[in-house]
Write a protein that binds this ligand. Structure first.
Ligand code: NAD
Length: 294
């Protein structure tokens, strides 16, 4: 299969490399030269632009930061939908607003494309290992066409419903993750203030009712776990600004549907304060460093 991949960042690059490893021909594009260099050195073909990458493909995957990037790149005369072949299956793996995902998929359908939203969970480690969970929204037929490609990058592929449903599941998941991370950091700081070893505390809670993904697999306290951003100066991983975007998606969505989400609102304020203090590009587990959250 000939696959295009646009957005070769922390997630997109390892995902694209798994497609290359599986024997696909992958042409990619990103705005950052170092990402293109890493992609090329692993056997990827670098395109001169996003639209140049979109020509004569079986599948075109986008993995971009936020709604505005997906809208900006897909729509308009210079956009991907105006330049790709309508036989190309479009898969957007970015985490964006469900409404924007629906709107872009509607324009795609009008132009004759099949398009699905397929945001992911599992972090950069899951992207590297090819064990991501995909939450997919779109027509069943398009989802089945995408499945063999998604299976090269992930272990669990769930069809959540119509276009936008994958993004709605992702919004719910990340709202919980964002809240859980803040709670986990709070608890670890309290344990340390009491003189506990954070590793001992984490080990015990991981076998008790406080267990959760942030604690067990992505521990935010430096030195507790190897190979997580907390033990690498909070570099790489899932940026604070991306988590802030996701908390915004959750609270906007809840507001539009008049659903009460006070914990998500508080979490959004805390990630915002942490970002404004200059930590936007660090991994979101760096909220562990927030000293005063009052
Ligand atoms: P990232 O910022 O590392 O990567 C995004 C890439 O998109 C960047 O390299 C950027 O240069 C590129 N880009 C932006 N506009 C572009 C354009 N017009 N043309 C080409 N490239 C462009 O972000 P990430 O961590 O890889 O996350 C990507 C998406 O996946 C986000 O929506 C994020 O919320 C979601 N996500 C991230 C994680 C994670 O752990 N990092 C986990 C699950 C989901």
């Amino acid at each position: 299969m000939k696959i295009g991949f646009i957005g070769l960042g922390n997630m997109g690059l390892p995902m694209a490399l798994n497609l290359i490893k599986a024997g696909h021909s992958v042409i990619g594009f990103d705005l950052v030269q170092s990402q293109l260099d890493a992609f090329a050195s692993a056997g990827g073909k670098v395109a001169a632009s996003a639209t140049a990458a979109a020509k004569e493909l079986d599948v075109l995957i986008t993995m971009l930061p936020a709604s505005k990037h997906v809208e900006g790149l897909c729509l308009g005369d210079a956009g991907l939908l105006a330049n790709a072949d309508p036989k190309t299956l479009l898969i957007d793996c970015s985490t964006i607003s469900p409404k924007v995902a629906q709107a872009v998929a509607n324009v795609a359908k009008e132009k004759g494309f099949a398009m699905i939203d397929a945001p992911v969970s599992g972090g950069t480690a899951g992207a590297q290992a090819g064990t991501l969970t995909f939450m997919v929204g779109g027509d069943a037929q398009a989802v089945e066409c995408a499945r063999p490609v998604l299976e090269k990058m992930g272990k669990n592929i769930f069809h959540a419903g119509a276009n936008g449903a994958g993004q709605t599941v992702k919004v719910c998941n990340n709202m919980l993750l964002g809240i859980q991370m803040l709670g986990t950091c709070e608890v670890l700081r309290l344990g340390i203030a009491n003189g506990l070893d954070p590793k001992v505390l984490s080990d015990i809670m991981s076998k008790s009712s406080g267990r959760n993904w942030a604690l067990e697999l992505y521990n935010p306290c430096p030195g507790v776990m190897e190979n997580v951003p907390a033990s690498k100066g909070y570099a790489g991983g899932f940026g604070v600004d991306l988590m802030l975007k996701d908390m915004g998606l959750a609270t906007e969505n809840a507001q539009a549907l008049e659903t009460s989400v006070p914990l998500a609102q508080l979490a959004q304020q805390l990630y915002e304060a942490h970002s404004k203090a200059g930590n936007g590009q660090l991994d979101f587990s760096s909220v562990f460093k927030m000293k005063d959250t009052r």
